[in-house]
Design a protein around this ligand. Structure first.
Ligand code: UDP
Length: 322
């Protein structure tokens, strides 16, 4: 049995870590294809090194392009790899352009597609991620849902009438978080490097296109962070997309902008924070895993159970001062 895994973006490396380990334990050969979507050392290589993910067999080096060109080039390059490797199944993760390109290339070659993190919905069709995940789900043969809500979403969309297998597999990001929390506690030096004390700072990330593409919206987020920073230190590992934008604003001295960090440092930052403010999908869940309250800088979330359970609040543009 041969599986071919498509990876491209930071959250996919994190999700792949426990799955690659499980494939190996089952004696399944895995070929890893990195599309190149995220390529900086601290957005890509550090995760492979720290999390024991096997070195990619192929790097397609597709990045820095608009959605159409990026997805198109990935599709073409993935297809040639699939023709050569002839895997039994292609594994795709989440909701990026690498996800839909991998699923589509495989499906057209009649190769089975397994989608990990299937069934998530924000019901906001303006999000590129929502388009990618809906289309990927529709052409997948094996849909691995992280939550009951995701499973129910698929049922409501009629997936029970489609020839596919749906499994409530649980969340592989939880597996990663459990595995690496102790290791982070032992190895990460980010707290001492940044001179941070336990539960004395807010951890913040912002990178969703819906927040960064809209100047007014991004300005509102910065204004809010500046107000919050009057009361508490904010640690902000900044995504490359956000870095350029932030340069045009003046930020409160309590906002600490740092480059993107590896997973061990990130887990340590989450576990020792006072609370989390983010528009990241993955970080919302990790805040919950670490028992931290999360303020979500979006109108809606795919992780509705966190909001319903009182662990998370979506604030959108009516940004709050608490
Ligand atoms: N993350 C990280 N370093 C950072 C910022 C985020 O390791 O500097 C991790 C974070 O803990 C989570 C994942 O990256 O596991 C989330 O990725 P991202 O926010 O880029 O994507 P999303 O989850 O929104 O798709």
């Amino acid at each position: 049995m041969k599986a071919l895994t498509i990876l491209g973006a930071r959250p996919q490396f994190i999700k792949a870590s426990p799955v690659s380990r499980a494939l190996k334990a089952e004696g399944i050969d895995e070929v890893i294809v990195h599309t190149g979507q995220h390529f900086d050392e601290n957005m890509s290589k550090i995760f492979f090194d720290e999390m024991g993910i096997p070195e990619p067999h192929y790097n397609l080096e597709v990045h820095g392009l608009g959605h159409g060109a990026m997805t198109g080039r990935m599709l073409e390059k993935i297809e040639s790899v699939l023709l050569k490797e002839k895997p039994d199944v292609v594994i795709v993760y989440g909701d990026t352009n690498s996800t839909i390109a991998g699923a589509l290339a495989a499906k057209k070659l009649h190769i089975k597609v397994a989608h990990i993190e299937a069934g998530l919905r924000s019901f906001n069709m303006k999000m590129p991620e929502e388009i990618n995940r809906i289309l990927t789900d529709r052409i997948s043969d094996f849909l691995f849902c992280p939550t009951t809500t995701a499973l129910e979403n698929l049922k409501k969309e009629g997936f029970e009438n489609i020839d596919c297998k749906i499994t409530n597999s649980g969340d592989v990001m939880y597996d990663a978080f459990l595995q690496f929390s102790d290791i982070a506690q032992e190895k990460s030096t980010i707290l001492s490097d940044q001179k941070l004390s336990d539960r004395k700072y807010i951890l913040c990330t912002v990178h969703r296109q819906e927040n960064t593409d809209d100047k007014q919206r991004f300005g509102e987020i910065v204004r809010t962070l500046n107000t919050v920073a009057e009361e508490a230190t904010i640690v902000f590992p900044v995504h490359p997309r956000t870095q350029q934008l932030l340069g045009t604003y003046s930020l409160h001295k309590n906002i600490r902008i740092i480059p993107p960090v590896g997973y061990l440092d990130m887990v340590s930052l989450i576990n020792h924070s006072m609370l989390v403010m983010t528009d990241s999908g993955g970080l919302q869940k990790e805040a919950f895993f670490a028992r931290k309250y999360c303020i979500t800088l979006r109108e809606e979330t795919e992780w509705v159970e966190l909001v319903n359970g009182g662990f998370n609040k979506t604030v959108g543009l009516t940004i709050m001062i608490f």
